[in-house]
Design a protein around this ligand. Structure first.
Ligand code: NAD
Length: 291
């Protein structure tokens, strides 16, 4: 079977978290509590936050949503974040990105208390991640690593190409896979929008992790036979046959590459579902660090 089934693995992780919550209840320990800060009325952000809250219900976590109008100032938002920082009932929280124009994302993420920063975007946790010190790993890279572990993929000495250098996916996963860790030790190349000869670099890679957001950009003639493909991209393409009028595809032309790869994550059902389960895993950890 060539498919790396992120939906299945994510369900396994969620079941493990649910069991851990039940055990905490038996021991009279605190029920983990995840909060989400949502600013403005961006549709996809609302959908992502709702699915995080639903996942909390599924595993037995408590959850809260702090929703603010897009007119909130940076100063006011910081003061709301400071209130959450000192709210002992909340173990971890996320600030749903992107934030509206006029609010400096960096300033906001800087204010999230590191021990509650279950997204791993505060510079302290991000720095620890880069140094290989145990911390909250950003959820999407953590999800990719969980898939690598659960599918026993040995990347030691393998050529791994990460396409995309965003702070939430490309950069952290490139750092993590090059580290001397059981899931790492790969020879990592990072490509981005200014890279030359991308096809050549792809053809020389044992694994490609694509996080660019261009629908079906990676074609069959760009990949080496037997390579492993991790497709992070989530792109909407017009589809008149679908009730919604669109369908979701990844960065990789799944149909055309399928015969050539040894393993591949589908979109949807690959990396996507892992992101939420790893966020919840970070929250469970945040809660147990308070025991
Ligand atoms: P981004 O949107 O911030 O940036 C895109 C990156 O792609 C940039 O680093 C850019 O240099 C690179 N890029 C653009 N065009 C390129 C080209 N022609 N050749 C090579 N590189 C190119 O990145 P992001 O926030 O990591 O998002 C990337 C994709 O991953 C999006 O589709 C997003 O929706 C998806 N995503 C999925 C999850 C998940 O849970 N599965 C999580 C985060 C992001």
């Amino acid at each position: 079977m060539k498919i790396i089934d992120g939906k299945k693995v994510s369900n396994e992780v969620l079941d493990e978290i649910k069991l851990a919550v039940q055990n905490r209840k038996k021991l009279n320990l605190k029920i983990p509590h995840l909060a989400a800060v949502l600013v403005g009325d961006d549709g996809p952000s609302q959908t992502y936050v709702n699915s995080k809250i639903r996942a909390c219900e599924r595993v037995g976590f408590e959850s809260s949503l702090f929703q603010f109008d897009k007119s909130i100032t940076e100063y006011e938002l910081i003061s709301e974040i400071e209130k959450i920082n000192v709210n002992d009932d909340i173990d971890g929280f996320i600030v749903q990105l992107p934030l509206p124009k006029g609010i400096n994302q960096e300033n906001i993420l800087n204010k999230v208390l590191p021990k509650k920063d279950v997204d791993g975007f505060n510079p302290i946790n991000y720095g620890k991640m880069a140094l290989g010190i145990e911390t909250f790993l950003p959820a999407t890279p953590a999800g990719i690593i969980e898939l690598i572990k659960r599918y026993s993929i040995d990347l030691k000495g393998k050529k791994c190409l990460v396409i995309g250098r965003s702070q939430i996916v490309g950069r952290p996963i490139s750092i993590l896979l090059s580290q001397n860790k059981i899931f790492g030790n790969a020879t990592v190349t990072v490509a981005h929008s200014r890279s030359n000869n991308l096809k050549e670099i792809c053809l020389d890679s044992d694994m490609i992790i694509s996080a660019i957001g261009i629908p079906e950009f990676i074609k069959k003639d760009m990949i080496k036979p037997g390579s492993i493909i991790i497709d992070v991209g989530i792109c909407r393409v017009k589809d008149d046959n679908s009730l919604k009028g669109y369908r979701i595809v990844g960065d990789v032309d799944f149909e055309s590459v399928y015969d050539k790869v040894s393993l591949i994550t589908p979109v949807p059902g690959g990396v996507g579902p892992m992101t939420i389960s790893m966020l919840l895993k970070n929250t469970l950890r945040a809660s147990s660090l308070n025991d």
